[in-house]
Write a protein that binds this ligand. Structure first.
Ligand code: GLU
Length: 494
């Protein structure tokens, strides 16, 4: 029996997502159940979108949840490096193997040609994909184009007919027609591998036995299976987990639900409660118990108990479970110590001290002023906005525009938040005071608070988003149709 080795392979391109923790949890349980290893690999081949900060956040979030890994960044094992950006030589060597055995080819097609091709295919209602234009070039033709300095990518060959059959641990035999599979680019013109190529090479070299990942990757399996075949390697066992969903059953998205693990940490959910909740996504303990620890889940784990119906990530249910943890686990002393650790770790106080000190005479004045930094969404009603100059529609619109504007901020510093909001107010032609008034309410629930701009900077995007969204709901919400209209307007003002 080959040893069990599982992995998660997040791309460090954003906030640490609850979906990453969910997949990590199941991979870890599966590895533990079989006495195997759980590996963390950072897939940072997208150099434009990958950031160090995102990688650090992902590592910290997983550690906070107790989902630590046996091998990976910071825990070097025998299969490193565990960051794809440090493995370029390995990919260069492997692409050569495929070019030499003729299973991959150089493609010199320009972006314009590919664009026209796609448009034609769409018009003719054909499956869009590469048409094999460069796949018949002779060795000499390729050599002379390369020598002439023409840009190229490397693509894989794909059978023209028949089906790719593979086995999925949860779904059994799956069959996908080769006509559905594109001649995937394996190496980009800048010499960086694509996800598919690096992922397969690494899973093989890291001796991953089971690839347990989100359902959204199932259509990529044929490309992967084919690459294993081209290299003469045995593929791992595939297992595609059901995707987490919003309560309306759409794919979990930050537009409808906070998805960043940092949000849940900052809001003071105990890590065990979040892990427990993620364990309930598509899985149940054999004894039906809803409150269980990571260790209990690991020892009772059985992947065949995963059900394929889309698990709903419902904050109300998470609140309930989290409440149970706060009430039922640990002594009162532990409660106090964890509460203080939370308040300290989520350090919202230090950045606002300079503002705070100007407003207080005694320490006892502090709590009411900073209360909203530590609480959930403020309890608002339509009346909370009664003193605002804008009418309800304008209020929702300016809050929604604020949210969109903040979401596109690259740098989340006080000054960029200020600059973004001031520019937006000017573009909307609203007086700064009238523009900020509803924001004060949405963010702090109070008419008077510490500077709202500083508050937003300290609270961060996730909590700000949740509060703006809940304020918009209180004001009557924005329908899909209105949202479309607003989006157009927002794009128009730039
Ligand atoms: N880098 C991919 C992601 O971000 C990994 C997918 C996989 O597990 O193969 O989800």
């Amino acid at each position: 029996m080959t040893p069990v080795r599982t992995r998660i392979a997040p791309s460090p391109t954003g906030d640490p997502h609850v979906g990453t923790a969910y997949i990590a949890l199941f991979n870890r349980c599966f590895a533990r159940q079989h006495g195997g290893q759980f590996i963390l690999r950072i897939e940072d081949t997208d150099q434009l979108r990958s950031t160090e900060r995102s990688e650090t956040d992902i590592l910290n979030a997983l550690e906070w949840l107790g989902l630590d890994w046996d091998e990976g960044p910071g825990r070097e094992g025998a299969y490193g490096p565990y960051r794809q950006s440090e493995r370029k030589d390995i990919y260069a060597e492997h692409i050569k193997t495929l070019l030499d055995n003729g299973t991959a080819f150089h493609c010199f097609c320009t972006a314009e040609r590919l664009d026209t091709l796609r448009k034609e295919q769409m018009e003719a209602k054909l499956q869009p994909g590469y048409d094999g234009h460069c796949s018949h070039l002779s060795k000499e033709q390729v050599q002379s184009k390369v020598a002439a300095g023409e840009e190229y990518v490397i693509r894989m060959r794909v059978p023209a007919e028949g089906n790719c059959e593979f086995y999925d641990l949860l779904r059994g035999e799956v069959s996908i027609a080769w006509t559905q599979v594109d001649m995937q680019v394996l190496m980009k013109s800048d010499g960086m591998p694509t996800y598919h190529f690096a992922n397969v090479v690494d899973d093989h070299l890291m001796e991953i036995s089971h690839v347990i990942r989100g359902e959204e990757w199932i259509n990529s399996v044929p490309k992967h299976v084919l690459l294993y075949e081209y290299f003469g390697w045995t593929p791992p066992i595939f297992c595609h987990m059901p995707l987490l969903r919003n309560p309306d059953k759409s794919k979990l998205s930050k537009r409808k639900n906070p998805t960043s693990i940092n949000y849940y940490r900052d809001m003071g959910f105990p890590a065990e409660a979040l892990v427990n909740y993620l364990g309930m996504m598509g899985w149940t303990m054999p004894n039906g118990e809803e409150m269980f620890s990571l260790e209990a889940m690991e020892s009772a784990f059985d992947i065949s108990r995963v059900s394929l119906g889309g698990p709903v990530f419902d904050i109300e249910k998470l609140n309930w479970l989290s409440g149970k943890y706060l009430r039922e686990s640990g002594s009162d002393e532990e409660f106090v110590s964890r509460l203080l650790t939370w308040a300290k770790e989520s350090d919202r106080l230090s950045p606002i001290v300079p503002l705070l000190r100007q407003r207080v005479e005694r320490f006892s004045d502090v709590a009411p002023l900073i209360n909203y930094f530590f609480s959930g969404d403020p309890a608002l009603t339509q009346d909370s906005f009664a003193h605002c100059k804008l009418d309800d529609n304008e209020l929702s619109k300016s809050l929604q525009f604020t949210l969109w504007r903040l979401e596109s901020l690259g740098d989340w510093g006080r000054d960029s938040v200020e600059e973004a909001l001031m520019t937006l107010a000017a573009k909307l032609d609203i007086k700064v005071r009238d523009f900020l008034a509803p924001l004060f309410i949405a963010i702090s629930g109070q008419t008077v608070s510490l500077s709202v701009i500083d508050s937003i900077a300290v609270l961060g995007l996730d909590i700000t988003r949740a509060r703006l969204r809940s304020a918009i709901e209180v004001l009557g919400g924005i329908s899909k149709k209105q949202a479309k209209k607003l989006e157009k307007e927002f794009t128009a003002i730039g």
